[in-house]
Each structure stands twice: as structure tokens, then as C-alpha cells.
Design a protein around this ligand. Structure first.
Ligand SMILES: [Zn+2]
Length: 141
């Protein structure tokens, strides 16, 4: 659909408010090509009061809810500093888990105990920075 605004050269009926847009006043024109019988395209134009077109558009928009931004919604509202601290703790834990897996494979009991404690401690560490992630509760190290 094409939309433009100009000065009206003639009197035309606004489809929104059913009163006339008179010559010399701003008019908003919408133009659309429709397929008629036999595949022939024909042009249809409407002449609106600019505000009426906008009112109509806003009304139609209000019939649908805003779909929101794409992707996963952000659950946490953290300052950049806190966000960085949270990320550091997440990484530290990931590192510990990685090393724990190796320790388990090697049967290094002391290391397993030490890392298990370190992993457990990250729960306390992360609490002030947006809380413990749900996935941590499920994780069996
Ligand atoms: Zn109007």
C-alpha cells in the first residue's frame, strides 16, 4: 500500500469519520492495487483526514498485542557491574565442573572434594547477583 500526504484538490469523503476532506486542506491518500476478475489489477484510492488515518491505524494496532522483541526474555534486571560479576561466577562454576569431571575420571578424591565444595559455594556467591539459576538446583555433580 502506498501512502502520501498532499493538499486536497477536490472534495472527498473520509472513510473514517464520514465527513468531507475539502479542497485546499491536507489529505492523506492511500493507494492499493487489487486483483480483479481475470487477474486484472485495479487501483483503489482512499482520501483521509491525516489524523483520521492515524486514529484508524492506532485503533487497529490496539486490537493486537505487541508481540514483544524476539528471543528469550531477560529475566534479570542487573546493572552492568552486577551482570559482569554474575557472569564471572557462572564461568568459575563451569570451570570447576569441567575440572571435576577430569578429577572423577582420574579418581583424585581430594580434588573431587575441593571442587565439589567450590561448586557448592558458587550458589552463595551468586545469590546477591540475581539469585541461583534454576538449572543449578537440578544439576547433580
Ligand atoms: Zn476523517
Amino acid at each position: 500500500m502506498d501512502v502520501w500526504v498532499t493538499y486536497s484538490k477536490r472534495k472527498s469523503l473520509c472513510p473514517y469519520c464520514n465527513s468531507y476532506v475539502t479542497a485546499g486542506n491536507p489529505v492523506l491518500i492511500t493507494q492499493q492495487y487489487n486483483k480483479g476478475p481475470g487477474g486484472k489489477r485495479f487501483r483503489s484510492r482512499k482520501y483521509w483526514h491525516p489524523n483520521c488515518w492515524l486514529d484508524n491505524a492506532m485503533y487497529k494496532l490496539s486490537q493486537n498485542t505487541y508481540p514483544g522483541r524476539p528471543g528469550r526474555p531477560r529475566m534479570l534486571q542487573l546493572s552492568p557491574e552486577d551482570s559482569a560479576k554474575r557472569l564471572a561466577i557462572l564461568r568459575k562454576r563451569a570451570r570447576c565442573i569441567q575440572r571435576l569431571k577430569i578429577a572423577i575420571k582420574n579418581g583424585s578424591v581430594d580434588t573431587i572434594i575441593r571442587l565439589s565444595e567450590a561448586i557448592e559455594n558458587t550458589k552463595e556467591e551468586i545469590k546477591p547477583y540475581g539469585g541461583v539459576p534454576k538449572s543449578w538446583e537440578r544439576l547433580k555433580s
